[in-house]
Design a protein around this ligand. Structure first.
Ligand SMILES: [Fe+2]
Ligand SMILES: [Fe+2]
Length: 210
């Protein structure tokens, strides 16, 4: 029991750091590092920043989801694969931080709420068993890919840097989705998918602004 409390305290501390720490480098290079900044007007810049704030919040959720799941799920052989995916998500978080800074903007103030929610969902999915836990990852990543694809269409053609970052993230989220599926994910029931969709709509529409 004490161990669990201790672990939870550690997790809360980590979570707060993911939400507040604006680290700009994790392991891999920034995909837009050698690119020049095209001149964007105020509307284009604010739109890119709003969408990157949403993506940043999504990456905060990804950390929470993977960490929540790691606390309760066994995951056996695929554990290493999940740890690797979580590492890639940390690169994504760093890239979103850096792009937001370049656009003179800030992450969402709601991130601690999203973190807490996603952590609990990840831990619950883990308790439901590995196949459900993987199913939750698969569905989350699928929804993220859809969002990123929408963002690629909405961002100004001039903002090539943001597009390059989102493109790389989209490819990697897609492979996280495929990995979860190949590892034996159960497909989530439609009502669950719908709830996830609704929650993510609330998350994206608010984080775009604040
Ligand atoms: Fe990601
Ligand atoms: Fe992912």
């Amino acid at each position: 029991m004490n161990d669990l409390v201790e672990q939870l305290i550690l997790e809360v501390d980590k979570g707060l750091r993911f939400c507040t720490n604006s680290f700009e480098q994790h392991k891999r290079d920034y995909p837009a590092k050698d690119m020049n900044e095209n001149k964007l007007n105020e509307i284009e810049k604010n739109h890119s920043a709003g969408l990157m704030r949403v993506n940043h919040a999504g990456e905060v959720c990804a950390q929470a989801l993977y960490r929540g799941q790691a606390l309760t799920a066994d995951l056996g052989e695929v554990k290493e694969q999940m740890v690797e995916a979580a590492e890639e998500e940390l690169d994504h978080l760093a890239w979103c931080n850096r792009r937001l800074k370049e656009l003179n903007d800030k992450p969402s103030i709601l991130n601690p709420i999203w973190y807490g929610m996603s952590f609990s969902l990840g831990a619950l999915a883990g308790l439901a068993g590995d196949k459900w836990s993987l199913g939750f990852v698969e569905e989350t990543e699928k929804q993220v890919v859809n969002h990123l694809e929408e963002h690629l269409e909405k961002i100004s053609e001039k903002d090539e840097k943001t597009k390059v970052i989102i493109n790389q993230m989209r490819d990697e989220e897609q492979s996280h989705q495929e990995q979860a599926k190949e590892a034996g994910a159960n497909e989530l029931p439609e009502p669950v998918k719908e709830i996830m969709n609704k929650v993510s709509k609330i998350m994206t529409s608010t984080s775009y602004h604040i």
